[in-house]
Design a protein around this ligand. Structure first.
Ligand SMILES: [Zn+2]
Ligand SMILES: [Zn+2]
Length: 159
């Protein structure tokens, strides 16, 4: 795993994604999402790919979470409403940029140049997309000590 500071990219990488410039008929968003601090807000018309819950080491580190729900969205269906200037990206593997809010640190999506879609971190949605996860991927990289599937659950904190 390469994690060099030089891989942190400038905001200019984001500009050629063109998702701020989407004014076609698909720009009428029906789903909204945002980062924790609300500096970055986005909308999309639909999820274009299934929701997969990723257990890979890179997602775990990037999101400080044992698993991360993701789904592909066509760039033409995705639009930033505000906060483009707050987005920062980290190149976690060659050509793959993970975009996050530079204020609160929420990871919002990843993207590769030349691909027509982005991979949304769907847990940042504020609207129910109407889909449920199709399954789990990269469970080979699970950490056994993070497995919470068999422990008791509490609606809020345990007392
Ligand atoms: Zn934020
Ligand atoms: Zn992953």
């Amino acid at each position: 795993m390469r994690l060099k500071p030089s891989q942190i990219t400038s905001k200019t990488s984001f500009n050629h994604m063109n998702i701020m410039k989407n004014n076609n008929e698909n720009s009428k968003g029906t789903l909204k999402g945002s980062c924790l601090c609300q500096a970055v807000v986005y909308e999309l018309t639909q999820l274009d790919m299934p929701i997969w819950i990723c257990h890979c080491q890179t997602c775990r580190k990037a999101n400080a979470a044992s698993e991360v729900a993701t789904a592909g969205v066509q760039r033409s269906h995705f639009r930033l409403l505000c906060g483009e200037e707050k987005l920062t990206a980290f190149e976690s593997s060659p050509g793959k940029l993970r975009y996050f809010c530079s204020v609160c640190g929420s990871h919002l999506f990843s993207a590769r140049d030349g691909q027509t879609h982005v991979i949304l971190r769907v847990a940042t949605l504020d609207t129910d997309p109407g889909l449920r996860p199709l399954g789990h991927i990269w469970t080979s990289q699970d950490q056994p000590w993070l497995d919470g599937s068999t422990q008791p659950c509490f609606a809020e904190r345990s007392s």
